[in-house]
Design a binder for this molecule. Structure first.
Ligand code: NAD
Ligand code: 2YG
Ligand code: MG
Length: 263
């Protein structure tokens, strides 16, 4: 069975270093911490130049141009000692371990993992991405209340919503998939957002593969929108109109969360 999923494209990853630096300065402005600082606070860890082996994987839709090179740039940015293997797949894994990798990073179409083969810890990109984007949103220094909106309650959104509930926020949520919305209500105590009775938020976390998922009715002036979703949840026009502080980056923030979580 073919499962529809949103894969990265080489174009999403162009200028990854610049995108990461720009995201880092927004995170600093919003939270007072940089991405490293948020990861450290979240997991209580910090890198000591751990050696990371990045293994290209050819299965399914195959190699994504710029993916391994972007992981190489991202891991260096966060203070890891990383390399991309020459060979892909099983031969690449063998090469990574043979060359001293302590942490393996690799992805097929369904799973992007970090595995620390020294301490046994393993991380999955989807929950790690949800948790870090939610954590960044939750640290908004100028939030006007404990109310947050979560748009999209799938593989990334649900763990992010759980993080916000665990931190004591009042979490409003919406997903057009009624089963997912129901699960978030019953498992997490999420309050369903009533589209007929909208409310304004100063903190919004979005995790959907769709554009324009944030209606004007929920935006407040200078609100934070923390979103890993591709394409972006908000139009440039609405972002400007409400002076929205947008935290959005295609790969680096989620990867940092995975790596810090396995240290
Ligand atoms: P998913 O399919 O598991 O969940 C997405 C959810 O969004 C679905 O439940 C869907 O019903 C919901 N949705 C669709 N339209 C909506 C709308 N208008 N309002 C509210 N909800 C809506 O996908 P996922 O694995 O959670 O990934 C979400 C997005 O995050 C994708 O675009 C994915 O590529 C991206 N992603 C980015 C990073 C990153 O580092 N930036 C990392 C992982 C995933
Ligand atoms: O090794 C390669 O080049 C490919 N096998 C990588 C495949 C990655 C597929 N996953 C995605 O595109 C993302 N949805 C997950 C990555 C998180 C950042 N959005
Ligand atoms: Mg990211």
């Amino acid at each position: 069975m073919a499962i529809k999923m949103a894969l990265l494209t080489p174009n999403d990853l162009i200028n990854i270093n610049r995108k990461l630096q720009e995201a880092d300065s927004v995170v600093q402005k919003v939270t007072g911490l940089d991405i490293k600082g948020v990861c450290q606070a979240l997991y209580g860890t910090s890198p000591l130049s751990e050696k990371v082996g990045i293994v290209p994987v050819t299965s399914g839709n195959g190699i994504i141009g710029n993916f391994s090179a972007s992981l190489h740039a991202i891991t260096q940015y966060f203070g890891f000692d990383s390399f991309v293997t020459d060979m892909p797949d099983v031969s690449g894994y063998y090469e990574a371990v043979q060359n001293g990798a302590e942490i393996i990073l690799m992805a097929d179409d369904h799973t992007f993992l970090a595995h620390n083969i020294k301490n046994g810890k393993m991380a999955n990109n989807q929950p790690c991405t949800g948790v870090i984007y939610a954590e960044i949103a939750s640290r908004y220094l100028k939030a006007d209340s404990k109310d947050v909106l979560v748009m999209g309650l799938g593989k990334v959104g649900f763990p992010g919503a759980a993080q916000l509930v665990q931190k004591g926020f009042r979490v409003y949520g919406y997903d057009p998939d009624a089963r997912l919305l129901k699960r978030a209500v019953s498992d997490l105590g999420v309050i369903p957002l009533d589209p007929a009775n909208p409310k304004k938020f100063s903190i919004i976390f979005e995790a959907t593969p769709c554009a324009n998922t944030i209606p004007e009715t929920v935006l407040s002036e200078n609100c934070v929108l923390s979103t890993p979703g591709i394409p972006c949840a908000i139009s440039e026009e609405l972002r400007k109109k409400y002076d929205v502080q947008l935290v959005a980056e295609p790969l680096g923030i989620g990867t940092a969360s995975m790596l810090y979580s396995v240290l």
